[in-house]
Each structure stands twice: as C-alpha cells, then as structure tokens.
Design a protein around this ligand. Structure first.
Ligand SMILES: O=C(O)CCC(=O)C(=O)O
Length: 265
C-alpha cells in the first residue's frame, strides 16, 4: 500500500496520512523512512500510542537515547515528558538541535502530543540544508572545515544539575554532511553552540550570531500547530526546532523519544 504524503510548507515538513504507528508493516516503514529523508519533519495525526508503543516505534529507527540531563517518565527511561513549568523555566523556547553537546547527538526525536492548551504552544522547525544552501559561495568556502564548541552547561544549570554536567561539551563541524543523503547542513544553534574552535568568545560571536539568524530565516521554517494525538518526528541532523511558549499556565504535555545518532562529519 502506498502512503499518502502531504507537504506542510515549502521548506520542510510533511503529513503522512492514513497510518497507525502502532501497527506498521515493513513496506510502510520503508516509505516513511524515505519521506523522512525528503521532508525532514513528519507529522502523523491521531495516534493513540501507549508509552510502550511509542518506544516500539522509536526502536524501528535505532537504539533509543536516554537523556543525560532531563528527567524521564517513571518506569520509561526512554521517554522524556515535556510539561509546562512556565515560560521562565522553559528549556526549549530556544533554537536547538537535540543534545548537540554530546559526541554522538541523536539522529531524530519524536514528540507525541498528550495534552494541549486550547491555543498556542506551537513548535517551529527550520531546515538547516536550506539555510546552508542560501549562504553565499564565499561564506560556504569560509565555513568549510570550521568547527564549533557545543556545551550543555546552560541546560544542565537550568535543570538544576550544574555540577554533574559542568564540563560537558563537544566540538562538531559548523557544516555537517547528512550521513544518509550527503546533503550539507548548518550545525550551530543559540542553545548549545558557545564558540568557534580556536577563536575567543568575542571573535566567535558575530559569525555565530549571523549563522544563528540564517538558521531560522522565515523562508526555511515550518510552524506546527499541534492536535492531541499528533506524533511529530524530526531529523536532528538537518533540522533545528523552537517550542513557542505563548500559552501561560495552560497544561501542555508532550512525550519525547530520542533516537541515537552518529558522529557529525
Ligand atoms: O515541546 C516542544 O514543542 C518541543 C520540545 C523540544 O524542543 C525538545 O524536545 O527538544
């Protein structure tokens, strides 16, 4: 059976119609994998998944990542609950690619909308291939071979685990090559990239600021308006995301699974 794929914007994202992720057949999964590489963000509506079924879906993609800093669901270390603790405590209202401060950052993350506010709480995704492609040839040449330092210290500190993760950091290429498609993507973010390798913070700042802006220009973005039961899966190797916190104290609960990745090259 051929699945129906409906693009959600001109930049990235597609909805996959008529599929129950709890009962996937191998040919369906193959098509979903192809759509994932083409669209970078996939939305599956109306999924009624138990934590076990969400974990099982995640394992089709690879080994699941246990988050080193953020607490998980009781009994399910593979699932990170994302709850509304107020705007000032939000860890995700900033552009990022998940856990990029680790040596092998996750390849993908999948968020299930469990409980939503009546409005607001959207998530914005930005296509980092497109952001790279739009740079000038001169800028691309300059970035070639450049590396940047990513740090989880800010996240650790905001999560109350400052001491445990004080030294956590990792360098990665500023432009990474997608291991499956060979496409180049910008790989820096305001959440985790703190400096360019072999440069001071002051020297790094202007270029990082420029690249961070380019990374989420309006024409590389898709804004997802959630419905309960949505499962949205994104490719951390080609996408950054930003959780908009505009819903005050209203309940918003999401369950995240994260799939292990490889060394960015
Ligand atoms: O809650 C969201 O919409 C996004 C959460 C997020 O940024 C993350 O899981 O890394």
């Amino acid at each position: 059976m051929s699945l129906e794929t409906k693009p959600l914007s001109g930049s990235l994202g597609a909805e996959i119609l008529g599929v129950d992720l709890a009962q996937l057949e191998a040919p369906e999964f193959r098509q979903i994998r192809e759509a994932f590489l083409e669209h970078h963000v996939l939305a599956f509506r109306d999924q009624k998944l138990t934590p076990e079924q969400q974990i099982e879906f995640g394992r089709l993609w690879g080994e699941l990542f246990i988050h080193p800093i953020v607490p998980h669901l009781p009994d399910y270390p593979e699932i990170v609950p994302i709850v509304n603790s107020g705007k000032s405590k939000s860890l995700t209202e900033i552009w990022h690619s998940d856990v990029s401060f680790s040596a092998k950052p996750p390849m993908a993350s999948g968020l299930l909308a469990v409980s939503l506010p009546s409005y607001g709480g959207d998530t914005i995704f930005a296509n980092q291939h497109k952001a790279y492609d739009l740079l000038s040839e001169g800028m691309k040449t300059m970035l070639d071979g450049m590396r940047a330092i990513h740090s989880g210290t800010g996240l650790a500190s905001a999560s109350g685990k400052r001491d445990a993760w004080k030294e956590h950091g990792q360098d990665h290429p500023v432009v990474r090559t997608h291991p499956e498609t060979g496409r180049k993507a910008l790989y820096v973010s305001p959440a985790f990239t703190v400096a360019l390798e072999d440069m001071t913070l002051e020297e790094s700042r202007p270029l990082l600021e420029y690249l961070n802006e380019a990374g989420h220009a309006p024409d590389v973005c898709y804004r997802h308006r959630w419905q309960t039961g949505d499962l949205v899966l994104w490719d951390n190797r080609s996408v950054q995301h930003y959780a908009v916190h505009d819903h005050g104290k209203a309940e918003r609960t999401m369950h995240r699974i994260t799939i292990m990745g490889d060394t960015p090259r």
